[in-house]
Write a protein that binds this ligand. Structure first.
Ligand code: COA
Length: 191
């Protein structure tokens, strides 16, 4: 069994989204050290040390009570390999959360980020009963914008040159979806 019972784990058709373990750092380093992967991110490419620090902080957030941060390793079930990471940060006072994701370049273009993001959004709305889930992406990051649209999110804002990333001012898009919109889309119910 890949995950002991106490480890948080969400499952989708091809993926497991589960808590990070210290022994996962090499799989995370494989993509976090790739300059193409971190091109639009406010971090990276990461060193081994930075990758281990990320895993340590992800593991620390597991014991938050209540838990406000879900940083999860994305495991491709077929290969038993960690192919990326995804995360959700809750703002319980506003009943909302922000999601994000990053994948190993060898696994891009197979619908896997969409599958992971949709699973996280489902968890947020159907299990945590959140009101709103949002995400931001660099306006040039077409892949990420597509993932968010495929989650049913609406583009609500275009912030002009609001982020300085890797020496260049970047525009940012903000995408969001409400719980009622998700439920109407998926045909699910909270009751
Ligand atoms: C953005 C990222 C997560 C997309 O992952 P992915 O698994 O390739 O995404 P999907 O396969 O689910 O693609 C979703 C849609 O976007 C499209 N797409 C993916 N990458 C694209 C790109 N670079 N340009 C244009 N469209 C793209 C796909 O074709 C798909 O649309 P389709 O189903 O109509 O064909 C991945 O490229 C990545 O990890 N990038 C680096 C980290 C990053 O930018 N994270 C997001 C930070 S906001």
């Amino acid at each position: 069994m890949l995950t002991p019972r106490e480890v948080f784990c969400l499952e989708s058709e091809r993926l497991l989204l589960r808590d990070w373990k210290n022994s996962d750092w090499q799989a995370a380093f494989e993509y976090a050290s790739d300059p193409e992967v971190s091109k639009y991110m406010n971090w990276g490419p990461n060193t081994e040390r930075e990758t281990k620090a990320f895993i340590t902080s992800a593991i620390m957030s597991i014991s938050e009570k209540p838990r406000l941060t879900y940083e999860l390793a994305v495991v491709l079930k077929e290969e038993g390999k960690i192919i990326g990471g995804t995360g959700m940060r809750l703002k319980p006072e506003e009943s909302k959360a922000m999601i994000g994701y990053v994948f190993n370049r060898s696994y891009w273009g197979k619908g896997l980020a969409t599958e992971a993001a949709q699973r996280l959004v489902r968890f947020g709305f159907e299990e945590l009963n959140l009101h709103r889930i949002f995400a931001t992406c660099d306006a040039e990051n077409l892949g990420s914008a597509n993932v968010l649209q495929k989650c049913g999110m609406r583009r609500e804002a275009h912030f002009v040159e609001d982020m300085m990333i890797k020496g260049r001012w970047r525009d940012t898009y903000l995408f969001a979806i409400l719980q009622r919109e998700w439920l109407a889309r998926s045909g699910a119910s909270t009751s």
